[in-house]
Design a binder for this molecule. Sequence first.
Ligand code: CA
Length: 226
Amino acid sequence: MSQAILIVEDEPKLAELLQDYLKRDQYETRILDRGDQVVDWVRDHQPRLVLLDLMLPGKDGLEICREIRAFSQVPIIMMTARMEEIDRLLGLQLGADDYICKPYSPREVVARVARVLRRVEMVRSDDSSDLRSRNIFLDESRFLCEVDEDRVELTRVEFRLLLAMVRRPGQVFSRDQLMHLVYTDQRVVSARTIDSHVKNLRRKLNDASSQGDLIHSIYGVGYKLE
Ligand code: CA
């Protein structure tokens, strides 16, 4: 497996600019300037990530993305000259990991590359203290919570509540159950206390999340993570 970031871009100056910025951050790179070379190259070299321009001679980015996804989950960031194009691409569900609109700052591209790699490599990690549910990522060993890749500061109690729910998404937890899961020392707390912790947790998650309400309250019963 190659460690290279593959830059597929037919404008040489743009390709070189991206290459310079990526190299500065210690990434290996490779440039291809024709669309019809890409799929074979990816199959042979298994790059770490593909930066894929949409309009290319030989074969367009759309077709390339489809063909790559037939055999590989390599992270793909699509680059397009038109903002409107991004909505259309999203609708096609090509399986790209991110989209960038031109003109972009090369710095922004490098930041997106780092972000996508971090996300992908985090999911792959075997560390059993890592838990992921939808856009929530939890690392129990570090009390780390991230929503949409951004860190959310939680209290210990809030973290334990979320951890319990992330472990069993969709399960409805009664206040009693949550109390026992959260307060391991069997301290007696009122249902109201649990409610207020859940309320704070929901607010923090909602502030950070692009996916709307993540924790739902089931009237008269308890809570669940949707
Ligand atoms: Ca182009």
